[in-house]
Design a protein around this ligand. Structure first.
Ligand code: NAP
Length: 357
């Protein structure tokens, strides 16, 4: 029998959609993603991008609290085997702190499961949206039929691909200034932002609130960003642009994390080192939509196209999209969760309209 709602993806959008769908008795089935070396490498393991971050200070309802108290909440809420996955986070920090990404994601997952959500730990690798019920095929070869599908597979930040960058992820290397910029390690320190688009301009400007100085490293001699955002950057006395350069190496050590970057010129062979406490990548995101090619309308940059303002509708009736997979603009956990809720309500209304409830 066809599933009423299948949700693909396990970030804030996916779990919020599951919570709402489960509470509406739609018995949602979530494909949370596969645990594979490829997904590890790409940053697309179950629980999404938030599971790759440390502190999440901007998700409402999680102010700072004693680490012990947080540990008690987690222990009480989660199944023992899931708590075991994150116990090291609760013991390695003392004093007051905010919730960490993996902890928040485990709570969302648990909340969805408490209402009867079923979870398959696998990727959906193929979809047939041309026939109804829709048909989904997983990496492990499982086939599922669905009356509605919510795609919430998110996007992944692009990185430069340096080994040293990988080593210092979460220890000075970040792809989200809004998420990480206010962390103590960056306070009154020089920082570097890589990129020349609107995100780089926005992140650099944002970081000047905390940093002693912000360098922007851009590989060309012109920004791609809109004029107004460029102007804001070029007029900011705290920002210095390093034109025609790329980051060749992230420098640092185990004790301090990032301590600098080595730049290489793109016009000659010169190199130089900058002392910085952090490197923020703003070189674009890649939405996780490869498996949807030819099945759903995507934008030029491969995000799912929402077809009606303030709806999560896509180009295929009965298929909805939530979170970063359809949003290249806000990209926040709370906005993803909000659109997950919208997608579940849209799916429920669609099923009711069709008389399939
Ligand atoms: P983007 O416009 O694609 O810019 C990416 C930047 O990263 C480009 O300058 C690119 O250089 C550089 N880059 C890419 N790969 C690189 C690499 N391997 N090494 C070094 N540099 C690399 O991405 P975005 O800035 O994230 O913006 C995405 C979309 O969101 C855009 O449409 C943007 O307008 C929008 N956005 C809007 C706002 C706003 O209006 N407030 C804020 C953020 C984003 P090249 O220029 O040489 O290609």
């Amino acid at each position: 029998m066809a599933e009423k709602v299948v949700i693909i993806g396990s970030g804030p959008a996916g779990w919020t959609a599951a919570i709402y769908a489960a509470r509406a008795n739609l018995e949602p089935l979530v494909f949370e993603g596969a645990i594979t070396p490829e997904n590890q490498q790409k940053g697309t393991l179950p629980l999404g991008q938030l599971a790759l971050t440390t502190e999440v200070e901007n998700y409402p309802s999680w102010p700072h609290m004693e680490s012990n108290a947080l540990a008690a909440v987690l222990k009480s809420a989660l199944a023992p085997e899931r708590f075991a996955n994150i116990e090291h986070l609760t013991t390695s920090h003392t004093g007051r702190r905010t919730i960490f990404g993996p902890e928040l994601m485990e709570l969302m997952r648990q909340q969805a499961m408490n209402f009867g959500t079923r979870v398959i730990t696998d990727d959906v690798v193929q979809v047939d949206f041309k026939n109804h019920p829709f048909r989904l095929t997983s990496l492990g070869g499982k086939q599922v039929e669905a009356l509605t599908v919510i795609v919430a597979t998110g996007a992944r930040a692009n990185y430069l691909g340096l080994e040293s960058e990988e080593r210092f992820k979460n220890r000075g290397v970040s792809a989200c200034a809004v998420c990480d910029g206010a962390l103590p390690r960056f306070k009154n320190q020089p920082l570097v932002v890589v990129g020349g688009g609107d995100s780089a301009m926005e992140e650099a400007t944002y970081l000047t609130q905390f940093a002693s100085k912000v360098y922007i490293v851009h590989r060309r001699d012109k920004f791609r960003a809109s004029k107004i955002m460029q102007q804001r950057v070029l007029e900011n006395p705290k920002i210095e642009v390093k034109w025609n350069r790329v980051v060749e190496e992230v420098l640092g050590d185990d004790e301090h994390g990032v301590t600098g970057v080595r730049l290489r010129s793109t016009v000659d062979d010169t190199t130089e080192e900058l002392k910085v406490a952090g490197m923020f990548l703003a070189i674009g995101h890649t939405p996780n939509t490869a498996f949807l090619e030819g099945q759903l309308e995507l934008t030029e940059t491969k995000y799912i196209r929402w077809t009606k303002p303030f709806r999560t509708w896509t180009s295929v009736e009965g298929v909805f999209a939530a979170g970063d997979v359809a949003d290249d603009y806000y990209r926040q956990a709370v906005t993803a969760a909000g659109s997950g809720c919208m997608a579940a309500l849209d799916a429920e209304r669609y099923l009711a309209h069709k008389g399939w409830l």
